[in-house]
Design a protein around this ligand. Structure first.
Ligand code: SF4
Length: 847
């Protein structure tokens, strides 16, 4: 795909043209900003100012070139060891996000009490003072009526070190347990396997510089989450040096570059993973160094035959022979071929290739195989392959034990919680975590992980109670959650305060809209993350001034709400914020801007004013940190956990998970039942000991094969900033960089064999219908999907994100939103929203 200069020109022209378009709803309030302070750009001298991209959970340290107070160019932070001075294509879209003429510019109040899609909220601009007065009154009314728990805070995209000031403070200090993060609509299920094998609940990193075989499974790290700049940077060498294998039912960008594309049937990844493990064991290819060996050195793993546990001596793992006996002995490649559609020869070849490269092999698991109703077990099975091959914590392998980024602690909130806050903060949560059918056992504890999307159902059914007031920051669940119409209904029931940069589908249901500063360019906060074997602490700082009346969501707006609550007789939150002390001067904040600055300095002082010398970068002062924008940790200590032990009950890498057994047992006891009953209620088929080992579970499918013959695949664009970039002309003009997609359009890819049978051709408009909804998009023949499957990129289908994203603002979307097709269902051991794994079936009709 070539991008020509003409494309850039066309995109720029389109910006101007689109601003003039009239839409289905009035946008008058959005256009009422004053004193727009934009510079001319041009050839004048400027300077690079560091900040951090927030387009996805990689949070790449970056820099903006600023001329005449205007940001004109983006690149990665040149000092970063994580992204090595690069951003991915999505990083560049920040410029158009920042200067989007459709941004929310002033606080607004709804004047139309009726709520619904295509209903004009009839927003009118109001002052910050009036807006926050209304918000404070609503919160205080809950407290007056002894129902503070009926408040809910939604956290969308956030700054990892600064979010406690909003998400961790506002609900808590009021007395609500309902701090609901967006996490479970993204990728939580992929953390299940790493946690229940090696005690790590988080995203892994991969030592790509030394990998000899990379197996990318159900994600596309050249396009989206995670480590995208580093992967783009390293993939060429890796392809020359070793073997790149991609397991994905569709031909993704990375699949197209791979030595082997493994187009597994959607949702059948567990069959492939267990068959690979079977081959690795029967052919004697496992890591003797990490896993151990038979005491007499003779391989007794024979298909269909159990093995005596006593004859195998494990080293750094636990339960290999149990896993074999309970599950693997029958998972032959011949069996898997029939189930997952990959030939037995290819399965054996891949297993041998992986083992030959081991331990310099990494299985990079993404959401594809796991964000599905039974996805926890494929997550377990796929990650277990890293253990089997000794790739965990090894050079060239799958990593998690990074050096820590030091950061300062915020003052404790505990002294500021009154009796009401303490009492009602212990109420059940609206997302129903911990219910019998929702074990949500992140980090080994039942009822501990958020079930984001189910909060809408909780609100609609008033179960466990009704929610009356909702505040969200940087979230748009009415667009980004499956079963999106439930959020329309839920937000119609409550008083809703939307904090964001853009008009959004959720904002159309808001009673108050508050304009947020753009994260990377107008906000002060601290981020930590890891990648490329390093950890970093980086700054987000204003690189340009405010354009309208926007404020920073996690700091300034929270201070202003706290002040208003204090003025109306509830001073706990403002007293808490006033307890913050600057780490150098001891000064306490007196206004929102000072609060943002002091909080940021407290969090980051550990790297620029360390108590003892750090092993990573040496920074001399706050000014030095601001100028460089980043602290890089020392390098990775490989195999440290092999010596120290993994944080699991046995201190080993668990193929038979004692941690999972305990978590399920605790949940079963709480509900006075058996583990089998819990699993059945949660939609799994495992029985007995099978529940504690990686095993095959057939996929769940919404839609009868006769009526809905096609399996639907949802995936992310190379330009998708989590659904927030669609109002930029660069997104729309360059949409064709997603192989098979078309600029300014939305296509469903259909295998030509299927298309011909249906009597349709490329360019026809088709209606896709699932059991829950329909969307209309353009058909495109594409050999990069298996017959029987169709794939469509997530991102288009906005009807109210701005005049570019929609065909007609507030009325006609550009293409269709996949979430209008996909029913709300869950991977219930992690609380994850089902998005992948072939759980949605559709029919296709030409219109
Ligand atoms: S969008 Fe790209 S540049 Fe931005 S944080 Fe994510 S990977 Fe990094």
């Amino acid at each position: 795909m070539k991008i020509k200069r003409r494309d850039f020109l066309k995109a720029s022209v389109a910006t101007g043209a689109a601003v003039a378009l009239s839409g289905g709803l009035t946008l008058n309030a959005f256009a009422n900003g004053k004193d727009q302070k934009t510079g001319s750009g041009g050839t004048e001298p400027g300077k690079w100012i560091p900040s951090t991209c927030q387009g996805c959970t990689q949070w790449c340290p970056c820099e903006f070139f600023v001329q005449n107070s205007r940001a004109v160019k983006v690149r990665g932070n040149q000092l970063s060891k994580v992204n090595l001075g690069y951003v991915c294509p999505r990083g560049h879209l920040m410029l158009q996000e920042l200067y989007d003429p459709d941004r929310v510019k002033v606080p607004m109040k709804r004047t139309n009490p009726k709520k619904g899609r295509n209903v004009d909220p009839k927003f009118v601009p109001i002052s910050w003072d009036e807006a926050l007065g209304i918000v404070a009154d609503k919160i205080l009314e809950l407290r007056k009526n002894n129902e503070p728990h009926k408040f809910m805070f939604i956290r969308g995209r956030y700054s990892p070190k600064t979010y406690p000031l909003a998400y961790g403070t506002l609900p808590k200090i009021i007395g609500s347990p309902n701090a609901i993060s967006h996490s479970a609509i993204c990728a939580e299920a992929e953390k299940f396997g790493p946690f229940y094998t090696e005690g790590f609940w988080g995203y892994r990193d991969y030592d790509l510089a030394r990998t000899k075989c990379l197996v990318v499974w159900g994600c596309d790290p050249l396009s989206s989450n995670r480590n995208v700049p580093n992967t783009i940077n390293k993939i060429g060498d890796l392809i020359e040096r070793g073997t790149l294998i991609t397991v994905d039912p569709r031909l993704s960008a990375i699949a197209a570059k791979s030595h082997e594309w493994v187009p597994v049937k959607p949702g059948e990844d567990g069959a492939l993973a267990t068959a690979l493990a079977h081959v690795i064991l029967t052919k004697g290819l496992w890591s003797k160094e990490f896993v151990g060996d038979f005491k007499d050195g003779k391989n007794q793993f024979k298909s269909g035959k159990s093995v005596d546990e006593a004859v195998f001596a494990e080293k750094h793992t636990h339960g290999l022979v149990k896993w074999w006996n309970i599950e693997l002995k029958d998972r032959t490649p011949e069996w898997a071929e029939k189930v997952c559609g990959i030939s037995k020869d290819q399965i054996v070849r891949i297993a041998r290739t992986m083992a030959k490269a081991a331990p310099n092999v990494a299985v990079w698991m993404g959401p594809g195989p796991v964000m599905s109703p039974r996805g926890a077990y494929p997550s377990f099975a796929i990650h277990a392959l890293n253990g089997l091959l000794g790739a965990c914590e090894s050079e060239g392998g799958s990593l998690r034990n990074h050096a820590k980024s030091p950061s300062g602690k915020l003052p404790s909130i505990d002294d500021f919680l009154d009796d009401m806050a303490k009492k009602y903060g212990k109420e059940k949560k609206i997302d129903q975590r911990g219910y019998k059918q929702f074990p949500s056992i992140s980090e080994g504890k039942a009822g501990s992980s958020v079930i984001t999307n189910n909060a809408a159902t909780g609100i609609l059914n008033a179960d466990p109670y009704d929610i009356k007031v909702v505040v969200s920051n940087w979230a748009n669940f009415n667009f980004s959650c499956t079963g999106a119409d439930r959020w329309d209904k839920a937000m119609s029931k409550v008083f809703y305060v939307h904090i964001g940069t853009n008009p959004a589908e959720a904002a159309m249901f808001a009673d108050i809209v508050l304009p947020a500063a753009h994260h990377a360019t107008q906000k002060l906060s601290i981020i930590d993350n890891k990648g490329n074997t390093y950890t970093h602490l980086s700054i987000q700082q204003p690189v340009v001034g405010r354009l309208w009346e926007e404020k920073a969501d996690e700091t300034e707006i929270m201070w202003m709400i706290a002040e208003k609550l204090g003025a109306k007789g509830f001073p706990n939150m403002i007293n808490y914020f006033k307890s913050f002390k600057d780490p150098e001067t001891g000064k306490t904040p007196t206004n929102a801007e000072e609060f943002a600055l002091i909080a940021t300095r407290i969090i980051s002082a550990a790297v620029w004013k360390p108590e003892k010398p750090l092993k990573g970068d040496k920074l001399t002062s706050w000014e030095d940190f601001k100028a460089k924008g980043i602290y890089n940790s020392e390098g990775y200590k490989f195999r440290e956990l092999w010596e120290k032990g993994f944080p699991t009950p046995t201190k080993k890498f668990e193929f038979y998970s004692e941690a999972l057994k305990k978590a399920l047992d605790d949940h079963a006891k709480k509900h006075q039942t058996t583990i089998d009953d819990i699993l059945q209620a949660s939609g799994y088929l495992a029985k007995g000991e099978q529940a504690f080992v990686p095993h095959y579970e057939p996929p769940k499918r919404w839609g009868d094969v006769k009526e809905y013959p096609f399996t639907f695949i949802d995936y992310k664009s190379r330009l998708n900033r989590e659904g927030r970039s669609q109002n930029t002309t660069w997104f729309q003009e360059f949409k064709k960089v997603d192989a098979g997609d078309e600029s300014w359009d939305d296509v469903v890819r259909i295998n030509p064999e299927d298309g011909k049978k249906l009597g349709i051709k490329t360019g026809d408009m088709v209606k896709l219908t699932s059991v829950t909804g329909s969307i209309t998009v353009k058909a495109k023949f594409w050999e990069g999907v298996r017959p029987g499957t169709v794939s469509k990129c997530y991102g288009q289908g906005h009807w109210a994100y701005g005049k570019i994203a929609a065909k007609e603002f507030g009325k006609t979307p550009r293409g269709g939103n996949n979430n209008d097709l996909m029913p709300d269902d869950y991977e219930r051991l992690t609380g994850s929203t089902a998005r992948n794994g072939g759980f949605t079936a559709v029919k296709i009709e030409k219109i």
